[in-house]
Design a protein around this ligand. Structure first.
Ligand code: FES
Length: 497
């Protein structure tokens, strides 16, 4: 077990979330060395961390599982060959430790003989000192050899290193864990890390990464040919390989919307379900070989029945790029909406093009996040919140402001996040007027609401503000924050139809 652990690994070992550790570091209760924590510090802060004490981790995992649907832990166990390789590696370490232990025992007995010889030559005070030194060594060795003397974190770390492998990315220095039968690409996406990729299916070569240390294994076939020179340099396709041991990987991270290619995909309707009288949830699934690459908060154009189009925000997380969720409003007379509510069938083809939009999470900021969803603005906000949760952001706040109760069409999602996660705060507000149709009186009422809230929560002014909803409402909110002196670089706005 290394003396310094990444936050991801340390959090796993003591059964807390990564943001709990970040809080301790920020409060000065733990030291951080280049984003890592010392095992000794960890033991000091979590003295009661026991092997079976994984309740907190299980709780967070459950929440994420519920929040993100079926995608998490689908295939919890690593590939059999990967498991065998990890166990072999662990056995080698064990054999090495045992042989070192033997050497130390031998050395100890030689030292003991040497001390006996020296003691025989000593007299008076030196003899007494020699006796007390021997006595001290005896006691220390006895206590170190006591049965039950073991470090619970080391045991857990052993288990963790069989079940998962850690990837450290360069040059970004981010790290994530590879679990189950995930490829490097899938594991990075689950951790909210946006690596460069294209087809996810081994055809385009856009997901090339270079393994600088550690061992990987190809678990999915790929057609894209890598040259001999690339193979020699350690280049692999991240959508086809998994990590066998902890690895260091050189790979590019997508930082901006400009780096995401414009795509055209024919997806199919998996399910549709009414969320309220006014809103339909549409779940589209892309073909296995053609997933939609996008950043949380972006939108796409959808075309149904080969002729009815609309542009909608994706209400799911890019960590599941095959399963795309949309919240479609009922708009009588709108051909797209009418088709969705009245005719759309499971299995039906839907043309997806995009993504568009720059309403994305500004990940480099370490300020608290304040999300304000107005009516259907909940769709892009949901995607951003799920992405922020994947990144284990330490302070997330969501306020859903609705025209009326009917517009709070998924209240349980925010409430469940709020109940289950310590770092997440959820609030709802109904305005009792249509946020899409503003007038002076309504504007004043919305401003009054924000003024009251900021007076109650002055800490909002320290965070990044994300606003999404009907244009008429988000403009008022944007102007309100601007009037308080918040720079444009900290207020992000998405107008939703
Ligand atoms: S994403 Fe296309 S080959 Fe990996």
């Amino acid at each position: 077990m290394d003396d310094l652990l990444s936050l991801n690994r340390a959090a796993r070992l003591v059964g807390v979330s990564r943001s709990d550790l970040q809080k301790k570091i920020q409060n000065g209760e733990m030291n951080s060395f280049d984003g890592k924590v010392a095992v000794a510090d960890l033991m000091l802060n979590y003295p009661s961390a026991q092997l079976e004490d994984t309740r907190e981790f299980a709780r967070i995992a459950q929440i994420k599982e519920r929040a993100f649907g079926k995608r998490v832990f689908e295939r919890a166990l690593p590939d059999a060959e990967v498991l065998a390789a990890r166990i072999t590696e662990l056995s080698k370490t064990l054999a090495q430790s045992q042989s070192q232990l033997k050497q130390f025992n031998l050395l100890l007995s030689k030292l003991w003989d040497k001390l006996g010889e020296l003691e025989g030559q000593c007299h008076g005070e030196s003899k007494t000192k020699m006796e007390s030194l021997k006595c001290w060594i005896k006691q220390e060795v006895a206590s170190a050899m006591e049965p039950g003397f073991s470090n619970p974190l080391a045991i857990k770390d052993g288990i963790l290193s069989v079940m998962t492998a850690q990837v450290t990315l360069l040059p970004s220095q981010q790290d994530f864990l590879v679990e189950g039968q995930d490829t490097l690409l899938e594991a990075a996406m689950r951790a909210g890390i946006s690596l460069n990729y294209g087809c996810s299916g081994g055809n385009c070569g856009l997901c090339k990464g270079r393994v600088l240390s550690g061992q990987v294994k190809k678990i999915r076939h790929h057609d894209f040919p890598l040259s001999e020179a690339e193979k020699e340099q350690g280049t692999v396709l991240m959508c086809s390989n998994t990590a066998v041991s902890d690895i260091t990987l050189e790979a590019a991270i997508t930082g901006s919307v400009q780096e995401i290619p414009y795509q055209q995909i024919t997806a199919s309707v998996k399910t549709k379900a009414l969320l309220s009288d006014e809103v339909m949830l549409v779940h589209l699934q892309t073909p296995r070989s053609q997933r939609l690459r996008f950043l949380a908060g972006q939108r796409v154009s959808l075309r149904v029945a080969q002729s009815f189009d609309t542009e909608l925000s994706i209400a799911s997380c890019p960590c599941d790029d095959r399963n795309l969720l949309f919240h479609v409003r009922r708009q009588p007379g709108n051909l797209f909406s009418d088709h969705v509510f009245e005719k759309m069938k499971s299995g039906e083809a839907v043309e997806v093009t995009g993504p568009q939009g720059e309403f994305i999470l500004h990940e480099k900021s370490d300020r608290p996040l304040y999300f304000f969803a107005f009516d259907g603005g909940f769709a892009p906000i949901k995607s951003l919140v799920e992405h922020a949760m994947s990144l284990a952001v330490s302070n997330i706040n969501l306020c859903w402001i609705a025209s009326d109760k009917g517009q709070l069409y998924l209240p349980n999602v925010g409430r469940a996040w709020g109940d289950a996660l310590d770092n997440f705060h959820y609030a709802e507000q109904t305005m009792d007027f249509d946020l899409r149709v503003m007038n002076t009186k309504r504007e004043a009422s919305l401003l009054q609401f924000f003024k009251g809230k900021v007076a109650q929560h002055p800490e909002w002014m320290q965070g990044d503000i994300y606003l999404a909803g009907p244009e008429s409402a988000v403009v008022v909110a944007e102007q309100f924050f601007a009037s308080l002196g918040l720079p444009k670089s900290r207020v992000f706005v998405e107008a939703v139809k």
